[in-house]
Ligand binder design. Structure first.
Ligand SMILES: Nc1ncnc2c1ncn2[C@@H]1O[C@H](COP(=O)(O)OP(=O)(O)OP(=O)(O)O)[C@@H](O)[C@H]1O
Length: 245
């Protein structure tokens, strides 16, 4: 398993926010983590990576930081770029876990591929702070891609992207999974999650309410329990379109 969690619980400011989450994710899966605001999606990602205290077991948190950095790339929800570095230098930070600095051929190839995959060539030399919000988001995704890890954990990767960029990003993540990598991404758009992910995990109130193929997880009763809303489904040649009602 690429991610193996058992009985993972998190308490924040004395309030329990995750209650014994058990979850295994294997090679080649693209798992969409869905659930309402405050369900615990970000907390689950942070805890499994060992970034916040938790009880229970996470295979990722057990690794040394150096091993983990070569196993898992992480796109946090907060899209902070701290320094006025060029897009190219920002993406190159993804190579830090690998020996050889930025000079090896492998590093150059990974940086170039990540920039190309996120369509960032026109911005390559530009200071990342002078990009639009969505462009900055793409640069940070490219940094995670340049890390070239078997696992990518992305917290709301398509938030703030325009519709074309959302499709491009999810298509890329699906391709990464087809190539044999593993992707876990939190996604609020249920229709896009259903179309692109191989499996959905529905989190609500810190519990896993459902885990499986989209058709099983996006059932009316479950969605009403989690979000308090119903949905309309329209089948299209590209997959289901899901309209919250
Ligand atoms: N730094 C923090 N300190 C204290 N409580 C926090 C902190 N971050 C999150 N929480 C609380 O933990 C719970 C889970 O939050 P979390 O950010 O994991 O949810 P989420 O599912 O990612 O939500 P969203 O969809 O809004 O991003 C919420 O009740 C939230 O208020």
């Amino acid at each position: 398993m690429v991610i193996d969690l058992a009985g993972l619980s998190v308490t924040r400011r004395k309030r329990p926010v995750l209650h014994g989450v058990t979850l295994s994710i294997g090679k080649g899966e693209f798992v969409g983590l869905i659930g309402p605001n405050g369900a615990g999606k970000s907390s689950l990602m942070e805890a499994m990576l060992g970034l916040i205290p938790f009880t229970g077991r996470s295979s990722l948190a057990q690794m040394t930081p150096a091993d983990r950095a070569r196993h898992a790339a992480y796109l946090p929800q907060a899209r902070e770029i701290a320094w006025p570095v060029s897009v190219e230098d920002l993406v190159a930070l993804g190579r830090i876990p690998w020996p050889g600095g930025r000079r090896s051929g492998a590093d150059r190839a990974a940086i170039d591929a990540a920039i190309a995959r996120m369509g960032l060539e026109p911005f390559r030399k530009r200071t990342a702070l002078r990009l639009s919000g969505g462009e900055q988001n793409r640069a940070l995704i490219a940094r995670a891609l340049a890390q070239d890890t078997p696992l990518l954990i992305a917290d709301e990767p398509i938030a703030g992207l325009d519709p074309a960029q959302q499709l491009a990003c999810l298509r890329l993540f699906r391709d990464l999974a087809v190539e044999g990598r593993t992707v876990l991404a939190s996604i609020h758009d249920l229709g896009l999650a259903a179309r692109f992910c191989s499996r959905l995990v529905l989190l609500s109130g810190g519990h896993v309410l459902a885990d499986g193929p989209a058709a099983e997880v996006l059932q009316d009763t479950l969605l009403r329990r989690a979000f308090g809303i119903g949905v309309r489904r329209v089948e299209t040649p590209d997959g289901p379109a899901i309209l919250p009602v």
